[in-house]
Structures are given as structure tokens and as C-alpha cells.
Design a protein around this ligand. Structure first.
Ligand code: ZN
Ligand code: ZN
Length: 254
């Protein structure tokens, strides 16, 4: 099987949509199209025809291009089956038990609520599309969930292999990293990663994808058991959920 081609499509001010192209099957999916025009431009540049639209959650900056792309290409919209009411034109509702198939590929669907109550991730081969739940060095805001719910969702993602490539919904990496450094200034992996991120951003390059292994080393939201992070927060004997919750609260005010 030819490896899936993944093309990053910058949208709006800091969103990313992704094109997934299966050359053998002649299929092309877009993940979280914020708006149609940049997606159409990327498709035309590649000579790919859109067949599917995948949504991780209902927020408009992830679904804004759905209707226009569906009208133009007749593409099938796939999203959280447990949230049909909030998706205009949803064709195929999926969840953890149904999974999904992209041509010959089995796609794993992970239910990872908290940013929204029905947020899902799509795991295709070694790529995880994590929407607004897991960001590079960050995590999404808790609009429809508790710290315990988000910690459980992130813990679920952390069961994937370390080599899993993480494709998230926004370019927030540099500001996330600055916040991370306030909690773990002595984390050598974090310091090194921030050097790379600053260099990439200075050239206007994306910092996506990362890997789950790198996130585990540098993302404070995956590191509530870090002694340095706990010491910074003054929470040496707290539970992981409590430490995670405090980290999230501090980021909200950062
Ligand atoms: Zn969102
Ligand atoms: Zn978003």
C-alpha cells in the first residue's frame, strides 16, 4: 500500500486543515476545513479530488468549509455521531465502536471529550488528528468538560505509540512552549524543542506535526507527574488530575 500523503493547509489566522490522499484508491479527505478557498487551492495545486470531509468537533473554525466543499465536490461529511444536531449536513456519524474506513484503511476513532462534549480524534496509520484536544505543547480549553474529563482524554491519546505523528488544529506551539517553560525551565527536551520552534516560526514555517513521544517529553499537560512541574505549582503530593487542572487554569490566565 502506498503511504498516505498528508498535506497541511493553513486556514484563517492560525488553523490547520489537512488533506489525506490515498493514491491507490483515488480518495482524498480533508480534516477540519475551516474555510473552503485555501482547501480548494491546495486540492487544485495537487490535482486531487475531494471525496471526504472529516470533522473532529463542531466549532466553526473546524467546519466552516464543510457545506461549500460538499456542494462543490459531493464529498461525504464524517463526524461525531453523538453530536448530529450540531453538524450541518453530516452524512456519516462515527464513534469509538464504529470506527471508520478510508478506502482500504481502517481508521480508529477515539472519543476524547472536554474541549467539546463529543470531540473525536481520527487515527490513520501512524497519524493522529487531534483537533483542539491535544496541541503541540498544549491542550484545548475546557469548554464542555472538566479537568478530569480532559485528563482522561489525553491519557487515552497517550496510549498510542510514541512514534505517532500528532496533527493538531492550530499553530499555537510557540506560545504554548513559552508557557511550558514557566513550569519546567530545566526540562532540557523542552528547551531544545523551543529553540527549534522559534527558528521555524521566525521563517514562518509550521511546527506541525510533532510526535507523541516528543509531546510526552515537553507538553506540560501530559506531564502532571513531572517533579519540576509539581514543584513550580507547589503541588508535590496532589493527584495527576489536580496538577493537570491547575496547569490548565494557569494557561487560561497566561
Ligand atoms: Zn474548538
Ligand atoms: Zn479550533
Amino acid at each position: 500500500m502506498t503511504p498516505l500523503a498528508i498535506e497541511l493547509v493553513p486556514c484563517l489566522s492560525d488553523n490547520y486543515a489537512y488533506l489525506l490522499h490515498d493514491q491507490d484508491a483515488g480518495l482524498c479527505a480533508v480534516v477540519d476545513p475551516s474555510e473552503a478557498p485555501p482547501v480548494k487551492k491546495a486540492l487544485a495545486a495537487k490535482g486531487w479530488k475531494l471525496t471526504h470531509i472529516l470533522n473532529t468537533h463542531h466549532h466553526f473554525d473546524h467546519t466552516g468549509g464543510n457545506v461549500a466543499l460538499k456542494e462543490e465536490f459531493g464529498a461525504e461529511i464524517v463526524g461525531p455521531g453523538k453530536d448530529r444536531d450540531r453538524f450541518a449536513g453530516l452524512d456519516t456519524g462515527v464513534d469509538e465502536s464504529t470506527g471508520w474506513s478510508f478506502g482500504p484503511r481502517k481508521v480508529r476513532v477515539m472519543e476524547i471529550p472536554a474541549h467539546t462534549s463529543s470531540h473525536i480524534a481520527f487515527i490513520v496509520d501512524d497519524a493522529a488528528f487531534t483537533g483542539d484536544t491535544l496541541f503541540a505543547m498544549g491542550c484545548g480549553r475546557l469548554f464542555e468538560g472538566t479537568p478530569a474529563m480532559m485528563w482522561s482524554s489525553l491519557s487515552k491519546l497517550m496510549t498510542l505509540p510514541d512514534a505517532t505523528r500528532i496533527f493538531c488544529g492550530h499553530e499555537y506551539t510557540q506560545s504554548n512552549g513559552r508557557f511550558a517553560l514557566t513550569l519546567e525551565p530545566s526540562n532540557a527536551a523542552l528547551v531544545a524543542r523551543m529553540r527549534d520552534v522559534d527558528a521555524a516560526r521566525a521563517k514562518g514555517w509550521p511546527t506541525i506535526p510533532s510526535t507523541l513521544g516528543l509531546e510526552k517529553q515537553t507538553n506540560p499537560f501530559l506531564r502532571p507527574n513531572s517533579p519540576e512541574l509539581r514543584k513550580t505549582l507547589g503541588m508535590e503530593s496532589a493527584s495527576d488530575v489536580e496538577v493537570f487542572g491547575e496547569t490548565r487554569k494557569r494557561k487560561d490566565n497566561f
